[in-house]
Design a protein around this ligand. Structure first.
Ligand code: CP
Ligand code: NVA
Length: 351
């Protein structure tokens, strides 16, 4: 039996390193800014100018390997690929051999030999690392148990739009956002996380301090972010001189926050822990009462990656005028579009 890569002599040789988007920890602040600016520009072109696409993915295909459910990421990826002139091929776990009759390695080699990019939603983070290792085309992480990078790009675009629009004129958010640099809107914001130490929090931890955003995190004391993520976040916070704080008190976390964020307490794959988790997250539901007591900034905003369950946030907050959840969901499209154009069409993010 073959046991090491050196014995696998028939694997394709990559002419040059392939660039992937596995975690925002791998991107510089400037690269993240570029993606946000590009996303805002595309949104403006389409929604305000009705400008036709230049179709940079004309004749190209994107494989979407999804071993978990998805609404937003799937719709965003398929519509973004169509806009860019390419063809998105959805390969769900019931469709392809991967994981049942075929290894990740063989799947990565075979699929990447026929497409121009892979968008992959898998289980363990190691799975996407394996896919990326053997893929000869760029792989974008569409969610693993550790990171969900394209979600946080959408969150950042949503905040950028709101604070770009907060500068004293009547133009609508998507109109102004492409005119303003994210350096003018994002640094100095305080984001408060109340909930599980999951893939969304991890992704925020590696990205927000890098962009000059303060992050205060409340999780029940049993739930901690991964050590390696914590190390990255601490280094970025030290570099940008931003505050990164941890508590088990939601009220403490949201004090003076500009933005309050949560996510499900039971991520995909954790269904068997549901009863225990609901018990352990008691007191973490975001309610108007919690917000009144916690005293965030007067114009606090609420974000949630969705899908949302009522236990983590009540209707009064979720459907309030402060809630940006549906803008955030739509922005999955514009940010994924920017990522696909950068990686699949232009081959950007040279390492
Ligand atoms: N936020 C998000 O990734 O949603 P989906 O699981 O529906 O793609
Ligand atoms: N933490 C959630 C995010 C869903 C978009 C999960 O992994 O299920």
């Amino acid at each position: 039996m073959l046991s090491s890569v050196s014995q696998m002599q028939n694997l394709p040789v990559k002419a040059k390193p392939v660039n992937h988007l596995i975690t925002l920890a791998d991107l510089t602040k400037e690269q993240i800014h570029r993606l946000l600016i590009s996303a805002a520009q595309h949104k403006y072109n389409v929604k305000c100018e009705d400008k036709p696409s230049t179709k940079p993915l004309d004749g190209k295909s994107v494989a979407m390997i999804f071993s978990k459910r998805s609404t937003r990421t799937r719709v965003a990826s398929e519509t973004a690929t169509a806009y860019l002139g390419g063809h998105a091929m959805f390969l769900g776990s019931q469709d392809i051999q991967m994981g049942v009759n075929e290894s990740l390695l063989d799947t990565a080699v075979v699929v990447s030999s026929m497409v121009n990019g892979i968008m992959a939603r898998v289980g363990a983070h190691e799975e996407i690392l394996e896919l990326a290792k053997y893929s000869t085309v760029p792989v974008v992480n569409a969610l693993t148990d550790k990171y969900h990078p394209t979600q946080i790009l959408a969150d950042l675009l949503t905040l950028h739009e709101v604070y770009a629009n907060d500068q004293g004129d009547n133009l609508d958010a998507s109109y102004r956002a492409h005119l303003v640099h994210p350096e003018e809107t994002l640094p100095g914001l305080k984001v408060a996380w109340v909930g599980d130490a999951n893939n969304i929090l991890h992704s925020m931890m590696v990205a927000l301090p890098k962009l000059g955003i303060h992050l205060s995190i409340a999780t029940p004391s049993k739930y901690h972010p991964d050590e390696d993520v914590l190390e990255i976040a601490k280094k970025e916070a030290a570099k940008s001189n931003t505050k990164l704080s941890f508590t088990s008190s939601p009220l403490e976390a949201i004090r003076e926050a500009d933005v309050i964020v949560t996510d499900t307490w039971v991520s995909m794959g954790q269904e068997s822990e549901k009863a225990q988790r609901l018990e352990e997250f008691a007191g973490y539901q975001i309610t108007i009462d919690m917000i009144n007591k916690g005293k965030p900034n007067e114009n606090w905003k609420f974000l949630h990656c969705l899908p949302r369950k009522p236990e983590e946030v009540d209707d009064e907050v979720f459907y309030s005028k402060n809630s940006l959840v549906f803008e955030e969901a739509e922005n999955r499209k514009w940010t994924i579009l920017a990522v696909f154009e950068a990686l699949f069409a232009k081959g950007e993010f040279e390492s």
